[in-house]
Structure formats: structure tokens, C-alpha cells
Write a protein that binds this ligand. Structure first.
Ligand SMILES: *Cc1c(COP(=O)(O)O)cnc(C)c1O
Length: 407
């Protein structure tokens, strides 16, 4: 189907007029689909029962299985991680200011701002891409009530250091664990740390329930509030006890989530295999650094992240992305240019960038490459061959890019 690409000949690159390396586009975050028959059997059960939402049997089973896998007391399914974050933040009574990384998906910040809590952006450690605990401490003010760390790429943020700071300073610690389902930290599963952790099961995430998420916590009182809040605050027929929203997961989503869970180990295996293929293919490319996973921990290997040293490469990050797009590899910039450069935050804090140098530099270097069940190790080899060819001859690549008609 796909045209084989002789590695090394720059004139064969699509950007130089060659045929694209892939006949069909390779996307980042193409959904992983588990066993169709099992899924359709569950849909039939659901239709037979006529129980489509409101804490149905699939949602209850999904929560039991999530709790067992993660080893937490509660892992409450919700309609998506954004609403999950909003509910967890509200149930834990955060207010005032909450410290978050700027290098995260904008939903982390929006979940706070949506309820008029100010996200205070903290810089990251360039080596880990995660929030830097040494810098968190400097951002604490009398208005600070919490810290939300994001486990970027599923690699745990510095949980121990953040736990120590939050305890010493009397702050609530939570985690945006949208990337980190089925990952561990110090041998313990992500989900059990801080006051609560929120997973995403969006279609593009490692494990999907079409759309969905879950709030994990070991705090029984917090869990009880979360359960009420996700159901409008209903504590029984006709009895509302406080303000709530509609954060319920549907049965159809839980059916997908359960089916995905059954395929979890094979999904990890596919991602691990692709990751190793990328490591082998890119190890010797001097201008490219592939982000590594700690293989002594559990990991979902869902993100293939490279950092491009544009000076060494002789090509900018965006030029490399353009080369890949021409080959039908829909590589992506991620979290660029940082939440602090998006509205409304860029208007609220026009000088935030002064404190976010690492975030700004790093988000200029990152490229995320495709993996998952829609990508084979042969695809990875071919894709990396294209990348190596382009990086070996930056000058003709730049000329070819410059000669293209403006988009
Ligand atoms: C995807 C994502 C979210 C939002 O998840 P949804 O389920 O799509 O609402 C939040 N935070 C991070 C870091 C994400 O990657």
C-alpha cells in the first residue's frame, strides 16, 4: 500500500516532489479500538436493559475495575476529565489561587478559571517537562489554596516534593493525571496520590471510553461530595443538597471503557514495541532527543516525544513538522505556546513569560510523533528514515520548503 522509501535520498522526500511515505495519514492519538464483538455484546445488554445513564451497571463495573487496577478506594467515572477536574476542584473547596504548570493542556487552567479561581503558572524542569517543585514554593501567596500537578506524557511529576510542600504550607494537592492512566510512581499506581487525581478517557488518550474520565481518591468524604456534584447535587428523589453539575458517564461510554480495559495489556505492548522502535531509529541522530520512559515503572508509552535542537539540525522545529506533514505524518507541536500565551491568561498575565523561560523554550522544541495500534514498527522505521534523511540535508530541505506556495 505505502510506497517504500529509499532512505538517504533527499530528492525522494515529499517536500522535494517525491511521493509521500504514507498513503494514509498517520495521526497522533488515533483511537485505540479494543475487541468489537465484546463491545457490541455490551451495547446489546445495555439496550436490553434500557438503562442508558445515571450510574448504570456498566459504570458501576467500570469503577470497580478501575479501583482494583489502581488500588484506590474510589475512582468515580465522569463524562470527561475537564468536568472531572472542575468537580474535584470544587469538591475540595479550592479558591483564590492554585499553582499549575503552564506546560499542560489548557483544560487544567480552564477548570480553575471557569470557577473564578486564578491559575498561577509555574515553570517546568526542562529535563522532565514537569512542574518544578523548587519554583512552586516561590509562587505561594496568602491567597494560594492548592497545587495541581500534571503528569505530562504519563511521566509522573515530582509527587514526593509536591506532597512535602503542600503539607508544610497547608495546601491541597491534586493531579491532572489525564495522560497517566496505568502508570506508576515508585511502584504505586498513579491515582492514589494527593487529595485526588483525574484521568481522561478521551478518544485520543491511551485508554478511551469515547469521551470520559474518572476522579480517583482515597478520601471517602470527598468522594461522597463528588458523587453528589456530578449528579446535580441530588441526594435522593427530589432532594438537592448543594450546587452540582452534570458530570455523569453514560453506559455507552462505560461499555467502551470496560472493553478498552480488557485490552489494556496488549495496548501497552503495542506502544512499548513502537517506543523501542523509535529509540532504535533515533538514538544516533544528534539533533534529536527522544524522551525516555523509566522502564522500571509501569508506563503506557502513549506519547512519542522528541525535542529538536534546531541549531544543530539546521532546520526549525516547524520546518521539520512541515517535512513530516508532507509525508502524511501528522506530527504535532504540543502544549505550544503554553497556557500563559492563550486567552484569557495572556491578557490577564501579559508578563507571565518572564517567569516561564523553560516552558517557552521547551515548547518551541517539542514534536509529538504517532504511535498506538494504528502504527506498526515498520511505519516507525520508515517515518524515522524520512526524518534522518531530512536532517542529513537541511539545506535542500529548506530550499524546497521556501519554494512551496504559501498555504
Ligand atoms: C486531554 C487532557 C485533559 C482533558 O481531558 P478531557 O477528557 O478531554 O476533558 C486535561 N488535561 C490534560 C493534561 C489532557 O491531556
Amino acid at each position: 500500500m505505502n510506497t517504500p522509501k529509499p532512505s538517504g535520498d533527499v530528492s525522494q522526500l515529499a517536500i522535494c516532489g517525491g511521493a509521500p511515505a504514507f498513503a494514509q495519514p498517520l495521526h497522533v492519538g488515533r483511537p485505540n479500538i479494543a475487541d468489537r464483538e465484546r463491545l457490541f455484546a455490551r451495547f446489546n445488554d445495555m439496550l436490553d436493559r434500557r438503562w442508558l445513564s445515571n450510574n448504570g451497571p456498566f459504570v458501576q463495573e467500570f469503577e470497580r475495575r478501575l479501583c482494583a487496577l489502581i488500588g484506590v478506594r474510589h475512582c468515580i467515572p465522569v463524562c470527561n476529565a475537564t468536568v472531572g477536574l472542575e468537580i474535584a476542584i470544587r469538591a475540595a473547596q479550592l479558591h483564590g489561587e492554585v499553582i499549575v504548570p503552564s506546560y499542560t493542556f489548557v483544560a487544567t487552567a480552564h477548570a480553575l478559571q471557569w470557577q473564578e479561581i486564578t491559575p498561577v503558572f509555574c515553570d517546568v524542569d526542562e529535563r522532565t517537562h514537569n512542574i518544578d517543585p523548587a519554583l512552586v514554593e516561590r509562587l505561594i501567596t496568602p491567597r494560594t489554596t492548592g497545587i495541581i500537578g500534571t503528569h505530562v506524557w504519563g511521566r509522573p511529576c515530582p509527587i514526593d516534593a509536591l506532597t512535602e510542600i503542600s503539607q508544610r504550607r497547608g495546601l491541597t494537592l491534586m493531579f491532572d493525571a489525564a495522560h497517566a492512566f496505568a502508570c506508576s510512581y515508585g511502584g504505586r499506581m498513579i491515582g492514589g496520590f494527593g487529595r485526588a487525581e483525574v484521568f481522561s478517557f478521551h478518544a485520543t488518550k491511551f485508554l478511551n471510553s469515547f469521551e470520559g474520565g474518572a476522579i480517583a481518591t482515597n478520601d471517602d468524604a470527598l468522594a461522597a461530595r463528588i458523587r453528589l456534584m456530578k449528579n446535580f447535587g441530588f441526594a435522593g428523589f427530589d432532594k438537592v443538597v448543594f450546587i452540582g453539575t452534570n458530570g455523569k458517564m453514560t453506559e455507552v461510554c462505560a461499555a467502551m471503557g470496560l472493553t478498552s480495559l480488557e485490552g489494556l495489556e496488549s495496548l501497552v505492548e503495542v506502544n512499548r514495541r513502537n517506543y523501542h522502535a523509535y529509540v532504535r531509529a533515533l538514538d544516533s541522530v544528534p539533533s534529536v532527543t527522544l524522551l525516555r520512559y523509566d522502564e522500571s515503572e509501569r508506563s503506557n508509552f502513549q506519547y512519542i516525544v522528541i525535542e529538536l535542537d534546531a541549531v544543530r539540525a539546521g532546520l526549525s522545529r516547524d520546518e521539520v513538522v512541515a517535512v513530516l506533514h508532507a509525508e502524511n505524518v501528522i506530527a504535532r507541536r504540543y502544549f505550544w505556546p503554553g497556557c500563559h500565551r492563550m486567552e484569557p491568561y495572556r491578557s490577564y498575565f501579559p508578563h507571565a513569560g518572564l517567569l516561564l523561560g523553560n516552558t517557552e523554550r521547551m515548547s518551541e522544541r517539542v514534536i509529538v510523533l504517532p504511535t498506538g495500534t494504528a502504527v506498526t514498527p515498520e511505519d516507525v522505521d520508515k517515518l524515522c528514515g524520512v526524518l534522518r534523511t531530512a536532517l542529513a540535508s537541511p539545506e535542500p530541505v529548506r530550499q524546497a520548503l521556501a519554494a512551496r506556495p504559501a498555504a
